[in-house]
Design a protein around this ligand. Structure first.
Ligand SMILES: [Zn+2]
Length: 194
């Protein structure tokens, strides 16, 4: 699909491994950008601090791009958000906005009512057709994250979960949701690698 044909940019959170190219995508496609209302500051604020200037020396490509963003706590090029979202908003006819803080304070997920697909960003992970937690080191607010995950998946009619990394969950989705929800309710300690 050509970049020019993108109609809307939906951002789950500001981290650079998800959102670094937002300004470039906007420049090419000129389509509206959506994110959660408190997350917008990370997209809109301009570089300024000494730490941010240091981030300028880190290359744009490869694994270090995440560090580049985290140093300055902003995306590499600031961009204006066109629509600020809140929990429960429905956009583009079918996409339900679900606030899911924990990984970042303004993290959101999207549930497509039509296809019953949950776009979970970094709220959770899927590895070998099993739902997993994100690693502890990238989950600053762990209690909020547990609450978010349960709200996202429990009792929701989901056919498929698309996380921000690795693979979608497409097999036995409902039974896997029940297993994982039970597991995180009983879990005593956050596993190191999630
Ligand atoms: Zn992230």
């Amino acid at each position: 699909m050509p970049v020019e044909s993108i109609s809307d940019i939906l951002l789950t959170h500001w981290h650079n491994d998800h959102s670094a190219g937002t300004a470039e995508l906007k420049a090419i496609s000129n389509c509206p950008i959506y994110c959660q209302k408190e997350e917008a500051v990370y997209f809109e604020k301009k570089p300024g601090s000494k730490i941010r200037q240091l981030a300028e020396y880190i290359p744009e490509r490869g694994i270090l791009v995440l560090l580049k963003g985290l140093l300055g706590e902003v995306v590499p090029r600031n961009v204006k958000i066109d629509r600020l979202l809140s929990n429960g908003d429905t956009i583009l006819n079918d996409f339900l906005v679900l606030e899911s803080p924990g990984h970042t304070p303004g993290h959101i997920s999207f549930y497509d009512k039509k296809s019953k697909t949950l776009f979970a960003g970094d709220a959770l992970a899927v590895i070998k057709q099993q739902i997993r937690l994100m690693a502890g080191v990238v989950t600053p607010d762990k209690p909020a994250s547990i609450t978010s995950i349960l709200k996202l998946i429990e009792g929701r009619d989901i056919n498929m979960i698309c996380p921000g990394h690795r693979e979608p969950l497409i097999k036995n989705t409902q039974s896997e949701i029940i297993r994982f929800a039970y597991y995180i309710k009983k879990m005593k300690k956050w596993p190191l690698l999630g």
